[in-house]
Design a protein around this ligand. Structure first.
Ligand code: SF4
Ligand code: SF4
Length: 332
């Protein structure tokens, strides 16, 4: 359904009559906020019930609480208070998409489409919200590592994998990536990162006057197709055939945050007690990280793929594992 409505809104609406385009656009925003709201509530209740039935789910419960509160803020409360039903477009920092940069260009079709409904005050408010979110993501990651964005605030695959996937399990829910798949994901990570940097650089140069305005609408449209194919369709495909966290392997924002999390000292420490080699941590990790091998050596797990979900620490029967950063534990 999401793909169908998104395709109509971003593809067909451009050629439809103004009345039909307006109807499609209204329905898209209705879906993005209110139908999603119903899914958010239903998914949250189902997932919380599942998690509540299990004895060791401390970090997963925190993930769920963060996702649910943030989703309600971005999809329901924020749009009502600010009169902007597209607030979700501003909830992911650069380089995930260039929406905020496009809104800084009064000559862009993105700006022209929003100005009649938002006005200058609404556009300014959206950009302020975006700047505050970006600041919170950067500072939060430097303090708490990727757990802050990828397992608390991300309303894209973080939310889908932690809230929707357990509540509505599709066929790929439990599959683990093998070595060949990891190689493909590693390639995709750098490919998507470079594509994201390409679009970001284009808009920065365009806003700085180095590239004339004529190409702006073309780049804006290209990014929409990238979103429909590379993000929405690919994320759904991963969820159905592989794993809810499939897109997290190559999310460009995740790649940036992975490097910031290095500066934050993010790791899974493995020294709290003795590992009994049960292998539960490896099976629980949605990013296919080999935790047991490090736990046996009492070495920290510092893999760039780690999204800080805490599933490994929750499931470890001997409580050997602990998610931490320099801020959370200054002794490391
Ligand atoms: S290593 Fe642990 S915290 Fe990191 S992604 Fe895997 S299960 Fe989640
Ligand atoms: S879950 Fe804990 S005890 Fe089991 S293999 Fe992993 S670190 Fe060792």
């Amino acid at each position: 359904m999401a793909l169908g409505i998104a395709g109509l809104n971003f593809g067909y609406a451009g050629q439809a009559s103004p009345a039909v385009a307006e109807l499609i656009n209204w329905f898209w925003h209705f879906y993005e906020n209110w139908i999603k709201f119903i899914f958010i509530i239903a998914g949250s209740i189902l997932t919380l019930r599942l998690v509540a039935g299990s004895s060791k789910t401390t970090l997963r419960k925190r993930n769920l609480t963060g996702f649910i509160v943030y989703a309600l803020l971005i999809h329901i409360l924020g749009p009502i208070v600010l009169g902007n039903s597209e607030l979700y477009l501003f909830s992911m920092s650069l380089p995930w998409n260039t929406t905020p940069l496009q809104l800084l260009d009064p000559g862009s079709s993105f700006f022209a489409d929003r100005f009649p409904t938002l006005g200058m005050a609404g556009i300014t408010a959206s950009l302020i919200v975006y700047a505050l979110i970006t600041l919170a993501v950067l500072i939060g990651t430097l303090l708490m590592g990727r757990r802050w964005q990828c397992s608390t605030l991300c309303l894209f695959n973080g939310f889908a994998s932690e809230v929707f996937a357990p509540a509505f399990p599709l066929t790929g829910g439990k599959k683990q990536a093998g070595k060949p798949t990891l190689k493909v994901f590693s390639f995709l990570r750098w490919l998507f990162f470079e594509i994201a940097l390409f679009f970001t650089t284009y808009w920065l140069l365009h806003l700085g006057g180095a590239i004339p305005g004529k190409s702006a609408n073309l780049f804006s449209e290209l990014e929409v197709y990238k979103y429909l194919g590379g993000e929405l369709l690919a994320a759904m495909f991963m969820w159905v055939v592989f794993t809810g966290r499939g897109y997290c392997y190559y999310c460009p924002l995740g790649t940036v945050l992975a490097f910031l999390s290095k500066a934050a000292g993010q790791r899974i420490s493995t020294t709290r007690s003795e590992c009994i080699e049960c292998g539960k941590c490896n099976r629980a990790c949605p990013l296919a990280i080999a935790i047991k091998k490090e736990a046996l050596k009492k070495a920290p797990v510092k893999d760039l793929r780690c999204v800080g979900c805490g599933h490994c620490a929750d499931i470890c029967p001997t409580e050997t594992l602990r998610y931490t950063t320099h801020f959370l534990d200054p002794r490391i």
